[in-house]
Ligand binder design. Structure first.
Ligand SMILES: NC(=O)C1=CN([C@@H]2O[C@H](COP(=O)(O)OP(=O)(O)OC[C@H]3O[C@@H](n4cnc5c(N)ncnc54)[C@H](OP(=O)(O)O)[C@@H]3O)[C@@H](O)[C@H]2O)C=CC1
Ligand SMILES: O=C(O)[C@H](O)COP(=O)(O)O
Length: 657
């Protein structure tokens, strides 16, 4: 059976100007109306990232194996459109219906060339590679020049826009995504899969292979052999491949972003940003690697007391071997490439274990590296639940270094791992100390961006505000006004606040809110939750006996503690078991430096919210927030070891050195 996935797609764009405003909810309803498709065969792949009025707004995918059943759907789709037309909310479909030119093409490989020069219609609409049963239905917004209301979209149009199709089709086996080993996409012999739940719909969105321990063993062997050859590959060639991977990644930002929207409910625009940022990180890493790995050290012996210059010491950085990379759900692409790219440029191989929520985004990203042409076995990606294969991976004797980002799991890993270098980026309770002289408008803006972007699910999110009592009322009012403007809803609609990653996460956040409420906190907004969606909430008058004063909610709820002195703020910050980032807002630079010195965190931001980026800045946590430092340069260095060669001379030489 061909691995092609057949498609039924529609556009709700036309040249009459109303369609860009059609809320995506309507496309969902439209999907449901197509009830003649059994639900297991239909996935609504809303494609709202592209805001052109003519952009593809919805695609229904039908497995090739089931496609034959729908060969008579043309008349049915017409009748669905007819029904929809009776409803004013389906304005766009109404317009389409009124034209009565609704056409569906079935197995139609005929050519509808597009004479006009609009960029969208530049592609050749001949479909010689059309797989059997490719159904495509779409309105043509440029009917004046095209002289028809519908056209067959080229395969390439779909390929570059949808997860698991076109170039990405080979990573999917039926409805389960494959894992990647030895340069091939594979099905696990375990016969088991792991479901990925869409945080918005709370239904299974994707499935990935549950890799077995035997498969992990095999992957480790492959990675070990591939690394030996890769270490002998010239640095410029390693860099060249990384640049290629970066370009492919950025070119395919749309399907990867689509996965991020579906798997982790990242707002669509932020999802695209994550992919682009990741491509940039990979390129920067290639350049930085060429610079810093191209240099070594030359030492002479006579600088140490009692020595003549009879020894020349050459130092260089060599790879560690196999790097195990484990990123968290919230940046499954960016925090994966921040480990993969430094590892590869430094001559290491990679075994990636993506987070379950985010695994499909990561698999698409890995495919971009595959397409770039890296040697077989150098990059591998095993999927499965961390709770099931995590220990086996982290304690595997084939692993030479672990680069992990996540929560307390990292503390447990550090206790179990062998004598290998560890890079741990863990949780945080990033405090924001606000002094009396601070620019409160700036503070309020930073608190909103820092505390609520991606619904607070960032390790660097502002997680507690420590504000001087004298300005607390004014600040709380300003933040409240901004919270009221945050949009709440599905990630497809680019809302500011989207559902948190899981029901258990939402329950945990709710527990923190209820604890604070019972102990007398002031809820500045009404607490509201629907499924995994929690409305943004500012909690004022938080006291140290409340859990939320210390625990990391990883959600859109932000505690405010009123303080009476700077020392009180510093004390609260330092009493935390976390030490990732902190920030201080004041116009007095001397005070800012003093406070920065006193805060026991890896980074202090002066007059801005905590942030990891730009990605070449050093990034580290102390205490329970981590071990070691990230950031491109530090990660490359961390993934190497120093090798020295000493040339012993028969007699002192002062000609060199
Ligand atoms: N300091 C930093 O840079 C950052 C820290 N974080 C922190 O991460 C947390 C949220 O991320 P989240 O993904 O929930 O974190 P988790 O610690 O739950 O998971 C992180 C990764 O570890 C895997 N994992 C789970 N159990 C094991 C195990 N026994 N052995 C090995 N790997 C395992 C997970 O896989 P699976 O999904 O299959 O369980 C996932 O890939 C927050 O605390 C946040 O602060 C997040 C981003 C950045
Ligand atoms: O995982 C996280 O939370 C990221 O490290 C945050 O990155 P950012 O601060 O650059 O968004």
């Amino acid at each position: 059976m061909s691995s092609w996935t057949s498609c039924v797609s529609f556009k709700c764009g036309n040249s009459l100007g109303c369609l860009n405003k059609v809320p995506t909810k309507k496309t969902d309803k439209f999907a449901r109306r197509l009830s003649f498709f059994p639900s297991q065969h239909v996935k609504c792949m809303r494609c709202t990232l592209d805001t052109r009025c003519s952009a593809l707004k919805g695609v229904f995918r039908v497995p090739a194996s089931a496609a034959a059943r729908y060969s008579d759907f043309s008349s049915q789709i017409r009748s669905v459109l007819g029904t929809l037309a009776s409803s004013v909310v389906f304005k766009s479909f109404f317009l389409i219906y009124r034209t009565k030119r609704c056409v569906a093409y079935i197995n139609d490989a005929c050519c509808h060339s597009t004479p006009n020069h609009h960029p969208e219609n530049q592609t050749n609409h001949t479909t010689p590679d059309t797989p059997p049963n490719l159904y495509f239905f779409s309105s043509n917004p440029y009917k004046n020049s095209f002289n028809s209301d519908f056209f067959i979209a080229p395969i390439s149009f779909l390929s570059s826009n949808m997860a698991g199709t076109g170039l990405f089709a080979e990573i999917l086996d039926g409805d389960v995504y494959r894992y990647y080993a030895n340069g091939e996409w594979k099905k696990s012999s375990s016969g088991k899969s792991v479901s990925i739940i869409n945080p918005t719909t709370r239904k299974t969105q994707y499935k990935v292979q549950a890799c077995s321990q035997e498969e992990v063993n095999k992957v480790m062997d492959l990675a070990k052999s591939a690394q030996k050859l890769w270490a002998k590959t010239p640095l410029w060639k390693r860099a060249e491949l990384l640049h290629k991977a970066a370009a492919i990644l950025k070119e395919h930002k749309a399907p990867i972003a689509e996965c991020l929207v579906k798997e982790i409910a990242k707002p669509a625009k932020d999802a695209v940003t994550e992919v682009v940022r990741s491509g940039d990180l990979v390129s920067y890493c290639a350049e930085e690697g060429v610079r810093i790995l191209g240099e070594g050290k030359f030492l002479v012996s006579d600088s140490f007391p009692g020595n003549e210059r009879t020894k020349y010491c050459l130092t260089s950085k060599i790879p560690l071997g196999v790097i195990l990379a484990i990123p968290p759900f919230n940046y499954p692409v960016n925090l994966a490439v921040s480990k993969i790219a430094p590892a590869l440029i430094a001559g290491n191989s990679i075994v990636l274990k993506p987070p379950t929520q985010g695994a499909v985004s990561a698999l698409h990203m890995v495919h971009c590296f595959h397409l770039a042409g890296f040697p077989k076995g150098l990059i591998n990606c095993v999927t499965g639940k961390g709770s099931e294969i995590g220990d086996f991976l982290t304690m595997h004797p084939g692993v030479n270094c672990i680069s992990f980002t996540g929560g307390d799991t990292g503390i447990a890993i550090s206790k179990k791992a062998g004598m290998i270098p560890l890079q741990m980026e863990l949780g945080g309770k990033d405090a924001c100390i606000v002094l009396e002289d601070a620019d409160l408008d700036l503070v309020a803006a930073c608190i909103i961006k820092g505390g609520f972007s991606y619904s607070g699910q960032r390790c660097t999110a502002v997680k507690v505000v420590l504000v001087m009592e004298s300005v607390a009322d004014a600040l709380v009012e300003k933040v409240k006004a901004k919270v009221a403007k945050l949009t709440v809803g599905p990630p497809e609609d680019n809302c500011d606040i989207t559902p948190v990653v899981s029901e258990s996460s939402a329950n945990f956040i709710e527990g923190l809110v209820m604890d604070a409420k019972e102990k007398g906190a002031t809820l500045c907004q009404e607490y509201k939750r629907e499924g995994n969606l929690i409305w943004p909430l500012l909690l004022d008058n938080i006291r140290p006996d409340m859990r939320i004063a210390w625990e990391e909610p990883f959600g859109p709820v932000l505690p405010v503690i009123r303080i009476n002195s700077v020392e009180e703020g510093i004390h609260h910050c330092n009493a935390s078991n976390f030490g990732l980032q902190g920030s201080v807002f004041t116009k007095d630079v001397n005070k800012a430096i003093m406070i920065s010195d006193a805060m026991e965190t890896g980074t202090v931001q002066i007059n801005s919210a905590p942030a990891r980026g730009p990605d070449h800045f050093p990034f580290q946590g102390i205490k329970d927030s981590g071990i070691g430092s990230q950031g491109i340069t530090n990660s490359i260095n961390m993934m190497t070891k120093i090798k020295t060669t000493v040339i012993n001379l028969p007699s002192p030489s002062y000609t060199m050195g």
